[in-house]
Design a protein around this ligand. Sequence first.
Ligand SMILES: [Fe+2]
Length: 309
Amino acid sequence: MAMTGVLRPGHAQVRVLDLEEGIKFYRDVMGLVETGRDEHGRVYFKCWDERDHSSYIIREADQAGIDFFGFKVLDEATLDQLEADLQAYGIETRRMPAGDLLETGERVRFTLPSGHEMELYATKTACGNGMSMVNPAPWYDESEKGIAPLRLDHALLYGPNIAEVKKIFTDVLGFFLVERVIGEDGESEAAIWLSCSHKVHDIAFAEYPEPGKLHHCSFLMESWEKVLRAGDIMSMNDVAVDIGPTRHGITRGCTIYAWDPSGNRFETFMGGYQPYPDYEPLTWTFDNFAQGLDYPQRKLHETFLTVVS
Ligand SMILES: [Fe+2]
């Protein structure tokens, strides 16, 4: 087996200003599948093609934003090893008890120098994707409801000390750098795209003075046609759209950015290429970032740089 260590983005917990409004949006417009509610008032969702219990969790709060982002690792032994590796690197970790998140085992929580809460976990109840494990159909009627993404794909987070964050992901957690934007000084990295897999990114960070900010959580669509259909559904439901439909130069992904009713940006995304760990990272210069962001329009959308939750 080639894939070990950190497998994939597993879950994000995001704050919404009005829980009922959030539930309605993520269930009916985004088309996520509700899988549970807990005693803390949190509501759990998964994308229809995900097999684990939950990937997107919302809770009501006075301020929008992200509480934490979690990666699933191969197994409990891997979790123990990565916890020890983080501690040996000088990062304080703490264990969140099994069951604190519904149907989820112990999580190893740590704070990045960017101010983001990250976690690793090995166990989450598999509840399937609604299709048989034997002779499965490719989709089912309900899987076409709303935007209906396939999975939680990645997140872009804004905060300080991105150079330090990169070291933790590449030196400790086994990620590799796929693409980067060089800052105005011509040397430092203003933004980085990191992969733990064959995907063009599993997480990305941009340098930003305020810690712990969410730029977007991204949901994977099956095709460009499905991204356009997502745009139709956004318009039908008066969703505030930020950018797109368009293609990023960076990652080659095809995208729409929009906001949930609380002001958390999300992305409906498809495409990109398949990097390997031996690939040399691609570099975008600061003066050409507009093309990296929006390849056909070559437009440096101000909101991309300044609006976060
Ligand atoms: Fe993205």
